[in-house]
Design a protein around this ligand. Structure first.
Ligand SMILES: Cc1ncc(C[n+]2csc(CCOP(=O)(O)OP(=O)(O)O)c2C)c(N)n1
Length: 354
C-alpha cells in the first residue's frame, strides 16, 4: 500500500493583494466594482466603530471593549461570502463581523456595556452570541453544521477564534468531529500572533496553525489575513465546498493585532514598536485603498464621503444606545432556571433586589 508521509501534505499560503495595492490577477476572485466598494465601505465603518467604542470605554461610557484593529479584513472578507441563513459562531474580537452580519450597532454597544440583550440576534440572521470563554464555541459550530446536514439544509457554520484557542481541547474535538462526520463547518482562525501577551511561537510548536487540519483529514489553508481578497477567496472556496457536502476547512488568517488585547491591556509591554510599525504598513484598509485608486474606484472625495457617512452612522447608534435604560437586575437571576433556587433568592435579597 503506498504510504503518504507528512511531507506530502502541503499547506498553501494565499496572498492576492500586496502591501502596495498590487493584485495577482490570476488569483483574483470574481468581484464587481460595486462589491469591492461595499467591502471597502464596511471596512471603514467597522474601523470607525472600533475606535469610537475604545474611546467610549476610556471616557467611562462603555463597560469594557475588545478591539479588532488589524483584523478587519478577516471579518469583512469572510462575512461577504455568507448567506444570512448560514451560522456564525463569533468570539469576543468579532464586533466587526457582527456588524457586517447585520447585528444592530446599538446592540453591539449594549453588549459591551454589560447588557446581554445586546446579543439577541436579528430575526432571520443566524448569528450566535459572542463567546468570551476561549474556544468553547468551536464545538457549538460543528453541532450546528452537523444538524444542518442531518436536516438536509444547505447552511454552513463558520466559527471564528484566535490562534490561542487552537491549543484547547475544544478545538481538537471539534475538528475531529467535523472531519469524521463531514460537517459543513469552516474553522476561521484569526491568527493575530498573540494570546494576550503569549506570542504564537510559545503557543504551539507547529509552524502554522493551518497544518493542524492535516491530522484530522481535512483541508487547511493559510491566507494573508490583511488581504481582503485572499480572505474572501479562501472563505468562498471553503463555504462552497461545505455547502456542496464536501466537508470542513480550516482557514488560518495570518494577521496582527494593531491594538491592545483589551481595554485592560498595554501591548507595548510585550511587543516592540518596530514590530508594530512593520505590521501597520500591511494594513488591510490602506492596501485596498491603494488598489482602488489604481482601478479608479476611489478618489479623495469618495474616501471622505465614506468616512463621514460612517461617522454619522456610528454617532447615531451611540446616541440611541445612551438612551437605553439598563436591564432589570432581577434578570440576572430570573432566567437561569425555570424556577429560582432558594440560593438565588437569598443572593437577590443580599443584593437588595426586590
Ligand atoms: C476558557 C478560557 N480560558 C482563559 C481565558 C482568558 N483569556 C482571555 S483572552 C485569552 C487569550 C486568547 O488568545 P487567542 O485565542 O489567540 O485570541 P485573541 O484574544 O488573540 O484574539 C485568554 C487566555 C478565557 N477567556 N477563557
Amino acid at each position: 500500500m503506498p504510504k503518504k508521509v507528512l511531507r506530502d501534505f502541503k499547506v498553501e499560503y494565499l496572498q492576492i493583494l500586496d502591501e502596495n495595492g498590487n493584485c495577482d490577477d490570476a488569483l483574483m476572485p470574481k468581484l464587481s466594482n460595486e462589491e469591492i466598494k461595499k467591502m471597502y465601505e464596511m471596512l471603514v465603518l467597522v474601523r470607525v466603530f472600533d475606535q469610537k467604542a475604545f474611546n467610549m470605554q476610556r471616557q467611562g461610557r462603555l463597560g469594557t471593549y475588545i478591539q479588532f484593529k488589524g483584523q478587519e479584513a478577516c471579518q469583512i472578507g469572510s462575512a461577504a461570502v455568507l448567506e444570512d441563513d448560514d451560522w456564525i459562531f463569533p468570539m469576543y474580537r468579532n464586533s466587526g463581523l457582527l456588524i457586517a452580519r447585520k447585528h444592530p450597532i446599538v446592540q453591539v454597544l449594549q453588549y459591551w456595556n454589560g447588557d446581554e440583550r445586546g446579543m439577541r440576534a436579528p430575526d432571520n440572521v443566524n448569528n450566535f452570541p459572542i463567546a468570551i470563554s476561549v474556544g468553547t464555541h468551536v464545538i457549538h459550530a460543528v453541532g450546528a453544521a452537523w444538524a444542518a446536514k442531518l436536516q438536509g439544509k444547505k447552511q454552513v457554520a463558520v466559527t471564528y477564534f484566535g490562534e490561542g484557542a487552537t491549543s484547547k481541547g475544544d478545538f481538537h474535538e471539534a475538528m475531529n468531529f467535523a472531519g469524521v462526520y463531514s460537517a459543513p463547518c469552516v474553522f476561521f482562525c484569526e491568527n493575530n500572533q498573540f494570546a494576550i501577551s503569549v506570542p504564537r511561537a510559545k503557543q504551539t510548536h507547529a509552524e502554522t496553525i493551518a497544518q493542524k487540519a492535516i491530522a484530522y483529514g481535512i483541508e487547511g489553508i493559510q491566507v494573508d489575513g490583511m488581504d481582503i481578497f485572499a480572505v474572501y477567496k479562501a472563505a468562498k472556496d471553503a463555504v462552497e465546498k461545505a455547502r456542496a457536502g464536501k466537508g470542513p476547512t480550516l482557514i488560518e488568517a495570518y494577521a496582527y493585532r494593531l491594538c491592545d488585547h483589551s481595554t485592560s491591556d498595554d501591548a507595548s509591554r510585550y511587543r516592540s514598536k518596530e514590530e508594530f510599525e512593520a505590521w501597520v504598513k500591511k494594513d488591510s484598509l490602506e492596501r485596498l485603498e491603494k488598489y482602488m485608486r489604481k482601478k479608479n474606484l476611489l478618489d479623495d472625495a469618495y474616501k471622505q464621503k465614506v468616512l463621514e457617512s460612517s461617522q454619522q452612522i456610528i454617532e447615531k447608534a451611540v446616541t440611541e444606545f445612551e438612551k437605553i435604560q439598563p436591564p432589570d437586575p432581577k434578570d440576572m437571576f430570573k432566567y437561569v432556571y425555570a424556577e429560582m433556587t432558594p440560593q438565588q433568592k437569598e443572593e437577590m435579597e443580599e443584593l437588595g433586589i426586590k
